[in-house]
Design a protein around this ligand. Structure first.
Ligand code: F6R
Length: 249
């Protein structure tokens, strides 16, 4: 079930998304957070940092699991998702490093690392999972064609994803890794609640496919139609192709 919020302004959208996150942070037990990288959740992470500074919200006992990591980039590479998460969130809150889980993309045996990650994930239930969506409909790096039953695995990135992400690699697609480790769609669906953030006209088709399209692995995000509690935060451009019924605009 989708709860859709549409705002013109990204900061406002991020503050709305943070309200859902804050409910979970203030809940009756210490939560497990599922986190995403990319542009979409940066404003939400800024709200979390501000709240930590202003209100002392503590992450000392919170566990986090990230969705994905490029294969082949060392952790200290400036575009690794390990670096992204530390720069955009972890370095600014009081989370202990042992509580942070990010798939390993630079190990000697990625397949074994995927199994280890999924096994660790299976020991916990993610209370709230943050997601963005790719212009090709991917969530995490579960690209079109990825099975709805998938768990953490190695995936070949589509040309579209590599082209979209070239902006982080000097606009040079050749620098963008060709593979990633990603949580699977079944792994993601186990989360109790989901926050999905999407902005920009280049996401409008994917957002329409996710919410109003047929459920198909051609649009991996359409699996979320089966999830009981998905909070979708869209700017006007990303919502541009929706019929908009029931949206909180
Ligand atoms: C990143 C991830 C991806 C991104 C998606 C959108 O951890 O899982 O699915 O959320 O590619 O990226 P942005 O937000 O940069 O448009």
């Amino acid at each position: 079930m989708f709860h859709i919020t549409i705002r013109k302004n990204y900061d406002e959208l991020s503050r709305e998304a943070f309200k859902i996150m804050k409910d979970t942070l203030n809940g009756d037990h210490t939560p497990v957070l599922g986190l995403a990288t990319g542009s979409s959740p940066v404003g939400l992470y800024q709200c979390m940092i501000q709240d930590h500074k202003d209100n002392g919200t503590s992450y000392k006992d919170i566990l986090t699991f990230n969705l994905d990591e490029y294969i082949g980039l060392p952790r200290d590479h400036k575009e690794s998702y390990w670096t992204f998460m530390h720069e955009n969130l972890f370095n600014h809150i009081d989370i202990p490093s042992d509580n942070i889980h990010i798939p390993l993309g630079c190990g000697e045996d990625p397949a074994a690392d995927c199994i280890a990650y999924e096994n660790e994930l299976a020991r916990h239930t993610i209370d709230i999972q943050v997601l963005g969506i790719g212009s090709d409909g991917h969530i995490a790096f579960a690209e079109p064609g990825c099975s709805f039953d998938s768990v953490t695995h190695v995936i070949d990135l589509t040309d579209q994803t590599r082209s979209d992400n070239a902006r982080f690699f000097d606009d040079d697609i050749d620098q963008v890794p060709k593979q990633a480790v990603t949580m699977g769609l079944a792994s993601i669906m186990r989360a109790r609640k989901i926050i999905m953030i999407a902005t920009g006209a280049n996401k409008a088709d994917a957002v329409k496919g996710m919410i109003e399209g047929n459920q198909t692995t051609d649009c991996p995000a359409s699996i979320l139609q089966n999830h009981p509690e998905v909070y979708v935060f869209l700017d006007v451009d990303a919502a541009g192709k929706l019929r908009l019924e029931g949206a909180n605009a």
